[in-house]
Design a protein around this ligand. Structure first.
Ligand code: MLT
Length: 268
């Protein structure tokens, strides 16, 4: 059973999804841009035995209010730190997909004692290139002019893989609905957080905890070779490639994603 939680923490409304035994070992899933915690429902509906799964809506997405000041990727890490303190959680396994991975790196910079193992899915350590920053400027115009629906039109062709587009239109429709449920203002501030995030590459050689790097075989945004390179740069990194999935590997092929994560979790 997935529990929906909403509370005021640090003076702001925070919403998260929670599944599995409340006293279990804790695995936190951080979502991609521009989605919400609900992208983790396939995982939350089937938690690995003995594990509590927590998936927060990141600031400005879903039901979590945004910060007042200038947006920064570190906001996501500080929010997670406050949520874990609120829940009195033991050190966690932290999983993040794409933007969620950028937030996981922020967590490793700011609150590393909270994390005992890492899952980095369909993500990268590098900051935006000049070309990527130019694309962010274009996407900011799209969200201002056409709202979340325009962002969905623009992003869907690369967010999901070829097999999903061909064989699982219901997954594509679900991703569109998740994007369109967000507020334009939250998406715009999310773009600024992505655009201005620091390079986390210098951090990698110091991440001494176990780390699983996952990639959809058809991911066109962060490619399987990027995942292999990321795993090689992590002292205790291993890699898993999810077949027949694109960038949203957990949603596109949940059983293969869960099998990769479950096998690794049993050893950390
Ligand atoms: C995501 O899926 O979170 C985005 O693709 C991240 C990005 O655009 O850098």
């Amino acid at each position: 059973m997935v529990r929906e939680r909403e509370e005021t923490i640090g003076g702001r409304r925070v919403r998260w999804l929670d599944a599995g035994p409340e006293s279990g070992r804790v695995l936190v899933w951080l979502h991609a841009f521009p989605l919400s915690a609900a992208m983790w429902l396939p995982q939350l509906e089937a938690p690995p035995p003995g594990w509590r799964l927590i998936a927060p809506d990141l600031a400005g997405f879903g039901g979590t209010a945004d910060h007042d000041g200038a947006p920064h990727i570190d906001d996501f890490a500080d929010d997670l730190d406050r949520l874990l303190a609120h829940l009195d959680a033991p050190p966690i396994v932290l999983g993040g997909l794409s933007m969620g991975g950028y937030a996981a790196f922020a967590m490793m910079r700011r609150h590393p004692a909270r994390v005992r193992a890492l899952i980095l899915a369909d993500t990268r350590s590098a900051a935006d290139s000049p070309e990527a920053r130019a694309n962010r400027a274009r996407l900011l115009s799209v969200v201002r002019e056409s709202g979340p629906a325009g962002v969905a039109d623009q992003m869907l062709p690369t967010l999901v893989g070829e097999t999903t587009r061909r064989e699982r239109p219901e997954v594509v429709a679900r991703v569109r609905a998740l994007i369109e449920a967000n507020a334009a203002a939250g998406i715009a501030r999310g773009i600024e957080r992505l655009r201005d995030r620091p390079d986390s590459t210098p951090l990698l050689s110091d991440i001494a905890i176990p780390a699983l790097v996952v990639s959809g075989a058809e991911d066109a945004i962060t490619r399987p070779d990027d995942a292999r390179a990321l795993a090689a740069a992590l002292p205790r990194g291993t890699v898993a490639i999810v077949p027949a999935a694109g960038h949203l590997s957990n949603l596109e092929h949940p059983r293969a994603f869960d099998a990769a994560v479950g096998g690794w979790l049993s050893e950390v």
